[in-house]
Ligand binder design. Structure first.
Ligand SMILES: [Ca+2]
Length: 364
């Protein structure tokens, strides 16, 4: 558990977290954030953090939080709002910042992604343009917007979505609900997407049969896309994504419908891609990241998950494509996201009214 141990040279209180493999120093880098959701590191050492209510802010290396940037899109909050933030792989030259969010539409709301140029003063996104709009608009205003952004080493952009609480759409290739989307950064669809030439299918779809995906990360060694999604009642999943594969929702699930209806068993089928790991009861995790850094040597090669209802950092050891062990590290707060920083520290976002950015390193 957390115990206050000292005040760092930066003036920030530090706490010691005893974990199975190593003692961790936890420092609050910044506080006073309104349900922070996504995090990206600028090349100059500052951070970009999104807040669910629609604000994007710059945080200095010393933890000073800026006023909201101008030029960001209006958002529909509910379970959506402003979601993930990512930098263009060529950010040093083009200063492009990508956002994903719940977009208010004339007839409801749905997930969208767009990009704008961070101005030289880092006070605004200029010329923000939408590059992806989930179609059709969902029937629910409230639930399951996803969404994370991940760039691949070959410059493609993955966007995860949710089923908008209309689970049948996850199996419908004419809808973007419950899908992983793959586009070029300018919004055009790559010609080699699995359904690019299928009549009636949306060409931007990369995989389908998902429920609500808020975890997305590329394996550092294999380059494979790994995904985490919320189950209904139980049945949270991690999947390894292959293009064109069907991940089963709502035909099969390791959980049950939230209204108590049961989902036909067996929980998997040979013609559907099964999760590599699943949890019942739910651990309810959002962001996930592979840890490859030097700051916490004992965690190298592990997969870290940000636990919401479980109020924990969840550390998974891996054996190839199999989960070989699990440690739940209680944090006492809902954790929305986990990211490895350029200094190899682990950064967490707490999903609270007075949300914080926490920095974790090994005790030295
Ligand atoms: Ca599944």
């Amino acid at each position: 558990m957390l115990a206050l141990i000292s005040v760092a040279a930066t003036g920030k209180p530090q706490q010691c977290l005893k974990t199975e493999k190593t003692d961790i120093i936890v420092e609050t880098l910044a506080g006073g954030l309104d349900h922070p959701w996504g995090l990206a590191f600028l090349p100059d050492g500052r951070l970009l953090v999104s807040e669910r209510a629609g604000h994007l802010r710059v945080v200095s290396a010393e933890g000073e939080v800026s006023r909201p940037l101008d030029g960001t899109p209006s958002v529909h909050i509910a379970e959506g709002g402003l979601l993930d933030v990512a930098l263009d792989p060529g950010f040093a030259e083009n200063r492009l910042v990508y956002l994903t969010y719940g977009e208010p539409r004339e007839d409801g709301a749905a997930t969208a992604a767009g990009r704008g140029r961070l101005n030289p003063a880092s006070t605004a996104l200029e010329n923000f343009q939408v590059i992806f709009r989930q179609q059709p608009v969902g029937t629910s205003d409230y639930h399951h917007f996803g969404s994370r952004l991940v760039f691949t080493s070959d410059g493609k952009l993955f966007i995860s979505t949710g089923d908008r609480f209309n689970s049948d759409l996850s199996q419908d290739l004419s809808a973007d609900m419950g899908k992983i989307i793959r586009i070029n950064p300018d919004g055009l669809v790559p010609f080699d997407n699995p359904f690019a030439n299928r009549q009636g299918a949306r060409p931007e779809i990369w995989s389908y049969g998902h429920r609500n995906i808020q975890g997305l990360a590329i394996h550092p060694d294999t380059g494979a896309l790994w995904e985490g999604e919320f189950g209904p009642t139980g049945g949270d999943e991690i999947n390894i994504i292959e293009p064109g594969h069907n991940y089963g929702w709502p035909l099969v699930s390791w959980g049950e419908h939230v209204d108590g209806r049961s989902i036909p068993k067996p929980p998997t089928r040979p013609d559907l891609a099964d999760a590599i790991q699943h949890w019942t009861p739910s651990i309810s995790f959002s962001g996930m990241t592979f840890y490859t850094g030097k700051a916490i040597p004992a965690w190298r090669g592990n997969l870290l998950l940000a636990g919401l209802a479980s109020q924990a950092l969840i550390r998974l050891t891996l054996n190839g494509s199999r989960v070989s062990g699990e440690e739940r590290i209680p944090m006492g707060e809902r954790i929305r996201h986990v990211v490895q920083g350029p200094d190899d520290s682990v950064y967490l976002l707490t999903d609270e009214d007075h949300g914080r950015i926490l920095r974790l390193t090994s005790e030295r």
